[in-house]
Design a protein around this ligand. Structure first.
Ligand SMILES: [Zn+2]
Ligand SMILES: [Zn+2]
Length: 292
C-alpha cells in the first residue's frame, strides 16, 4: 500500500515502445500537506486529481464511432522508420519515431469528437488517501492504479502522493523521537515538584527532581512517533527542562530573594564567582557606573 517510494520512477515499463502488448500506464505524482499530529497518528485525506480515462465514445481508439484507425502507410504500423544516411564511414542506418503517426502506428482519419482523437477524456476526481501513523516528511504513499491508464488492456499506473509535514511550534521530530523544551521555575528546580509538560497525547504531569540543573534532558517513554510498520511501537519524547530566570519581580519577591541569598552563600556581598570578580575589575577602570 505504501513504502516503496522509489523503484518505478518511469512508470513500470511504459517505455517499451510501440509494442502491441498490454502496457502499464505511467505513474502520477502529487503531494499533500498534513500537520505534525496527523503524521504521528495517521489520517485520511482526500485529494483532487485530474485523471485520464479511456474515452467511452470511441472506446479509446480516437476514431469517430463507425470508423476505425488505419494502419500508418509510412511505417507499416511499426511506429518506427528506418532511414539510411551516407556518412564518412559508409552507410549508416538510423531508426526514428515515425513522423506520420508519431509512433502509434495508426492514422486516424475521422477523429472522435469527445476526445479529439486522443482516445482519452480527463476528469477531476476525488481520491482518498490513507496516511499511516508514523509517516515522515518527504515520504510517499502509493495508491495503486490511480495513475495514467494502461495501453492495450494493461493496468493503470499508480499515484504517488508525497507527504509534506508542517512544522510544529513546540515539537521537533527526528525519526521516531520527539524533542521539546519545557520551562520550570527556579523554585521547582531547587525543591523539585510537579510540572505540566505538553506531549502529542496531551499534557502530562512530570515530577521534577530536587536540584535539577537547567538544560537537563528527561525522557518520556513512549510519547514519540509510532513505527510505520507497527503503530504499537512508539519512540520517546525528550524534554529539555529550562530553568527560568524571573525578569520582573515585585519588591517583596526581590527582598525574599536577597534574604535567601544572604543565608545561602551571600553571593551578593562576597562576590563569589568568576563573573563577579571581573565586574569588580572593570569597575576600577571606570567602565561601569557605580551602583547605589
Ligand atoms: Zn474518443
Ligand atoms: Zn507511422
Amino acid at each position: 500500500m505504501f513504502g516503496d517510494i522509489f523503484g518505478d520512477f518511469f512508470g513500470g515499463g511504459s517505455r517499451r515502445g510501440a509494442s502491441n502488448g498490454p502496457m502499464k500506464g505511467a505513474n502520477l505524482r502529487t503531494s499533500v500537506r498534513i500537520t505534525f499530529e496527523e503524521a504521528v497518528f495517521g489520517c485520511e485525506k482526500e485529494i483532487d486529481m485530474v485523471l485520464k480515462d479511456e474515452c467511452t465514445t470511441c472506446g479509446g481508439t480516437g476514431a469517430k464511432p463507425g470508423t476505425s484507425p488505419e494502419t500508418c502507410t509510412k511505417c507499416g504500423g511499426k511506429g518506427k522508420v528506418v532511414f539510411s544516411q551516407q556518412s564518412l564511414f559508409g552507410m549508416v542506418q538510423n531508426v526514428q519515431t515515425c513522423p506520420e503517426c508519431n509512433g502509434s502506428g495508426k492514422i486516424i482519419k475521422d477523429r472522435c469528437t469527445s476526445c479529439r482523437g486522443t482516445g482519452y477524456t480527463s476528469s477531476r476526481k476525488k481520491i482518498k488517501v490513507s496516511i499511516p501513523a508514523g509517516i515522515d516528511n518527504g515520504q510517499s504513499v502509493r495508491i495503486r492504479e490511480k495513475g495514467e491508464p494502461g495501453v492495450n488492456g494493461g493496468p493503470r499506473g499508480d499515484l504517488l502522493v508525497e507527504v509534506i509535514v508542517s512544522s510544529h511550534p513546540i515539537f521537533q521530530r527526528q525519526d521516531m523521537n520527539i524533542f521539546s523544551t519545557a520551562p520550570i521555575s527556579f523554585a521547582q528546580a531547587v525543591l523539585g515538584g510537579e510540572t505540566r509538560i505538553s506531549t502529542v497525547d496531551g499534557d502530562v504531569i512530570y515530577e521534577v527532581k530536587p536540584g535539577t540543573q537547567t538544560d537537563t534532558r528527561i525522557r518520556l517513554k513512549g510519547k514519540g512517533v509510532p513505527s510505520l510498520r507497527n503503530k504499537n511501537i512508539r519512540g520517546d519524547q525528550y524534554v529539555t527542562l529550562v530553568v527560568q530566570v524571573p525578569t520582573s519581580l515585585s519588591a517583596e519577591a526581590k527582598e525574599a530573594l536577597r534574604a535567601f541569598d544572604a543565608v545561602s552563600g551571600d553571593s551578593l556581598h562576597t562576590g563569589a564567582g568568576e563573573g563577579i570578580k571581573q565586574e569588580k575589575h572593570h569597575k576600577k577602570r571606570g567602565f561601569f557606573k557605580k551602583e547605589d
